[in-house]
Design a protein around this ligand. Sequence first.
Ligand SMILES: Nc1ncnc2c1ncn2[C@@H]1O[C@H](COP(=O)(O)OP(=O)(O)OP(=O)(O)O)[C@@H](O)[C@H]1O
Ligand SMILES: [Mg+2]
Length: 294
Amino acid sequence: MTADSTAAASQPQEGNVSRSASAGRETNPGRDGQADGAPVADVLLSLRGISKHFGPVTALDDVNLDIPAGRVTALIGDNGAGKSTLIKVIAGIHEADHGEIYWSGERVAIRTPHDATQLGVATVYQDLALCDNLDIVANMFLGVEIRRHRLLDETPMELKAKETLAGLSVTSVRSIRQPVGSLSGGQRQSVAVARAVMGDAKLVVMDEPTAALGVSQTAMVLELIQGLAASGIGVIVISHNLIDVFSVADHMAILYLGRLVSAGPASDYDRQSAVEIMTTGASSERQNGAPAAI
Ligand SMILES: Nc1ncnc2c1ncn2[C@@H]1O[C@H](COP(=O)(O)OP(=O)(O)OP(=O)(O)O)[C@@H](O)[C@H]1O
Ligand SMILES: [Mg+2]
């Protein structure tokens, strides 16, 4: 029995996901890329049969996964399981060798980071890629500065930066003109997320967002993640910290040696079962909440 049943993965998600405004309009991608007409109102991103090889290494092997809007999906797995490769496929850094990607039910090609950004995918990498010597506003607008008569137009940038941080309930920052190098780890993570969502992000992907953080900063970032999902954004979180994972995740997706061996509502797992699946790849009973074909 394998967990990669497309039939299973193509089912609408179980009842704990929000209904999008476009409910009923979308169609359900099958493995052959043809819509079969079944509504998948909640699903923002669907991966079907995604494979990726690096020379002889199979980093991803026929991965099928649905990512809902307005919910947090935790992507977990042991070292080398393929988590980073999967998010790099979604972010347009690596192109899959095989497989199809659907965005709100429509087949799309994500070949470059620009393609991903255009769709509304925002990725926050572990190193955050912030410039310590620049302040919060400059970091948030790095490369997308607002200019007036070729000069930087600071006022609208400050307003937008403030508004975005306030929208994320980030209140602990003293001044948006503070250099990012002077911020705490949690605040830095918040600035990176604010930069990511400032465009019209519909899906935020975060790689190990709490890895370097202390207890209170971790709590702040987990709250931020839940806030993103509550605002309707789909969130994918990669984390090795299962305490954090279980405190925010609505859905789980577990990779083992490049295969998606288990996926479903987080309430169906506990830490023990998740660790067992991560380390043995043993569970093949479900994928995205539906029983896999035998
Ligand atoms: N650019 C690359 N070139 C060659 N092999 C790669 C490359 N990127 C990843 N791999 C290989 O693909 C497999 C999956 O790697 P990946 O980085 O996706 O794992 P991961 O789940 O993110 O692991 P970790 O938890 O250690 O970050 C590994 O065997 C890795 O060595
Ligand atoms: Mg990784």
